[in-house]
Write a protein that binds this ligand. Sequence first.
Ligand SMILES: *Cc1c(COP(=O)(O)O)cnc(C)c1O
Length: 357
Amino acid sequence: MKLFTVGPTEMYESTLEVKKRKIPYFRTEEFSKINIENAEMLKKCLDAEKTAEIVMLTASGTGAMEAVVMNCLNKKDKVLVIVGGTFGKRFSQICKIHDIPYDEVVLEENEELTRDKLYKYTGKGYSTMLVNLHETQTGQLYDIELLSAFCKENKMFLIVDAISTFLCDSYSMKENSIDVTIISSQKGLCLSPGISMVALSERMQEKMKENIVHSLYFNFQEYNENMKRGQTPFTPAIGIHYELHDMLEKVLECGIDTYIEKVAQRANHFRKQVKELPVKIPQMQLSNAMTPILFQDDIAEHLVEFLRYEKEQMVNPTGGKLGKRSIRVSHIGNLDLCDYDELVENMKEWFALNQKK
Ligand SMILES: *Cc1c(COP(=O)(O)O)cnc(C)c1O
């Protein structure tokens, strides 16, 4: 089965090799070194300040999103959440559960976040923005320069869930004054699911000091204290930390821009070819990570099953209201251009078979 899904992804051979190894004991200098190097390499990939701190959590991305809300926000904040799909909605749910005051910038289905839309919220005393830079439900990649400028003008903290844009589109914490970045192992990094990482700017580290965190497991202060010696407070998903080390070395060796360029090539190659099919790609800024495809009719489920059972190709179904007439095809992971040629051929076959009826 070939995975054309956003996460987990089709993993690389070298990751699979690392995954085979025995899990060593972890309270050792050797493992500390791996963690410290991972944090340094991540900072490079995120273009973060030297003073940034990296928290490594054994949790899926949503766990990290919740941990960030618990550690970085409090009841005195006034949060603005960009809600352009199910992942945006998730940030709102988390704020609600933790009693953090928030408002939503709500986008209609496949509506682009424009300057006009955003600036309706300027000068209203917001303290922090929460955004999933690539809203993975719809495929929209928001304009980070627009968001960053808005936050600067309004003296807001900028918290970015970059889970499905990291290593797929260029990203710089420094250039865009991003205070917090959330990433996860199973998306652009193409590793096993299970760990998530949070990068905290110095400004956010200062702000966090006034917070009382009502959690034992998710208290970032504990993680930061332990990380000084390359350790985590609790048993981490040790194997994935080794996968991460292997992958970050490979990405940096290849060069981040070159690595991202390869993802972009796959996306462009697929987007060109898919135009031959009776489908639509939404007209908005998209991430290189994946292509959302819209159908005229409710055929998504049938097509997904055909590809999965007849062709051993797993594309990503879409969540929420869009689910019946949309699928998503990922460009992350160990896939070649010819894999996309095959996918398009198979989709053509499905349309030919089903148009005859
Ligand atoms: C995948 C993803 C997450 C995390 O989802 P989990 O299932 O908890 O790993 C969060 N935000 C975005 C934008 C994502 O694409």
